[in-house]
Design a protein around this ligand. Structure first.
Ligand SMILES: Nc1ncnc2c1ncn2[C@@H]1O[C@H](COP(=O)(O)OP(=O)(O)OP(=O)(O)O)[C@@H](O)[C@H]1O
Ligand SMILES: [Mg+2]
Length: 332
């Protein structure tokens, strides 16, 4: 049987209830980070770096903060930093996913979960327009990143990818030195001062916990690092450009358990400072680090967003039977 092409997709004709938040729901999103005590953060605390967040000092009365010192408000109050509406993606005649509505809150970690082939990677690819590079791939619907219309034909994709960092399953450092891996994107994006580049390189390597491991071998090939170190270098490379949002596609799945734990802790530490979307098949990981979770499923060969909500809602009180079965690890 022929699969429907994108031209046949009519989001309005096939509405799927998938838990988009009604206004006023208490979905918490981060505002700017509150005051911090850098001295208390210890040697790793960099101005504006991740260590700074961990040393947050509690604000005064009336200020609501999460455990990282990030003040909170609701999506209804602030609006999502990334808004996906009626999004569909197809490869030739094959519809990867259809009619997805998703809100990603500023400063939070949103996990995308669901079985293989439900369109998680395709969705991330739409957000940084990697889909442009795939012949026959078509995307319909709307994606807004702040004030940016991501799917606009006139969009500068180089500028977009500065705002949207992407980390893949398999770490992919350039076959260059550790230093050049970080220097190259900074130069490409216009950081002319050598001193500023050196400062940024040190800061991001500290932020990912690599500085002490590589400070004496910055001019050695990055390809000689271990898998976990390579992944942390790739994260440092993304952080160097100070993206608004970082997309992680199964960032730990190619790593040994120890390295996986280190990278997971690193991602958890980005909360509040960066907005993170992470695809993971590791439900325990999603439960440990995600603030919000979106659950996808494949129906009739087409990926759908079944349900989204806080991690607690999805794991403890899912609204849909499919979600309940999936998070309980049921098969068949
Ligand atoms: N470049 C491509 N060309 C053709 N079809 C593709 C391409 N990329 C993905 N697809 C198809 O789109 C659907 C969604 O794939 P996608 O990789 O987005 O799923 P996924 O949820 O990330 O799966 P996994 O968990 O296995 O990584 C699948 O049916 C897949 O075969
Ligand atoms: Mg994938």
């Amino acid at each position: 049987m022929k699969k429907p092409g994108l031209a046949q997709i009519d989001p309005a004709a096939a509405p799927e209830p998938h838990g988009s938040e009604p206004s006023g729901v208490d979905v918490r999103v981060a505002r700017d980070v509150c005051s911090t005590d850098r001295a208390a953060a210890g040697p790793d605390a960099q101005p504006g770096g991740i260590g700074e967040i961990t040393a947050h000092l509690l604000c005064g009365p009336g200020c609501e903060c999460d455990e990282n010192g990030v003040p909170l408000q609701t999506i209804a109050e602030q609006g999502p930093v990334l808004s996906v509406r009626g999004l569909s993606c197809s490869y030739g005649d094959h519809v990867a996913f259809q009619n997805v509505d998703l809100d990603v809150a500023k400063g939070q970690i949103t996990a995308l979960i669901g079985p293989s082939g439900c369109g998680k990677t395709s969705l991330l690819s739409c957000v940084n327009r990697l889909t442009d590079l795939i012949p026959g791939c078509r995307v319909a619907g709307r994606i807004d990143l702040g004030d940016l219309d991501v799917l606009s034909a006139s969009l500068d994709t180089v500028a977009l990818r500065r705002r949207v960092g992407m980390i893949f399953q398999k770490p992919n450092p350039f076959p260059l030195s550790i230093r050049r891996n970080l220097e190259l994107p900074l130069r490409e994006h216009g950081m002319k001062s050598k001193a500023r580049r050196a400062e940024t390189i040190t800061r991001v390597l500290r932020d990912v916990g690599l500085w002490d491991e590589v400070r004496d071998r910055l001019d050695e090939l990055a390809t000689g690092l271990s898998g976990g170190q390579k992944q942390r270098l790739c994260i440092a490379r993304a952080l160097a450009l100070e993206p608004e949002i970082i997309l992680f596609d199964e960032p730990c799945s190619a790593l040994d358990p120890i390295s996986s734990g280190v990278v997971e802790d690193l991602i958890a530490g980005l909360r509040g400072k960066y907005t993170v979307v992470i695809v993971t098949h590791n439900l325990a990981q999603a439960r440990r680090i995600a603030d919000r979770v979106a659950f996808f499923w494949v129906r009739n060969g087409v990926g759908r967003l079944v349900e989204q909500g806080t991690a607690q809602q999805i794991f403890e009180q899912p609204g849909d039977e499919l979600t309940r079965a999936y998070v309980a690890g049921m098969r068949g």
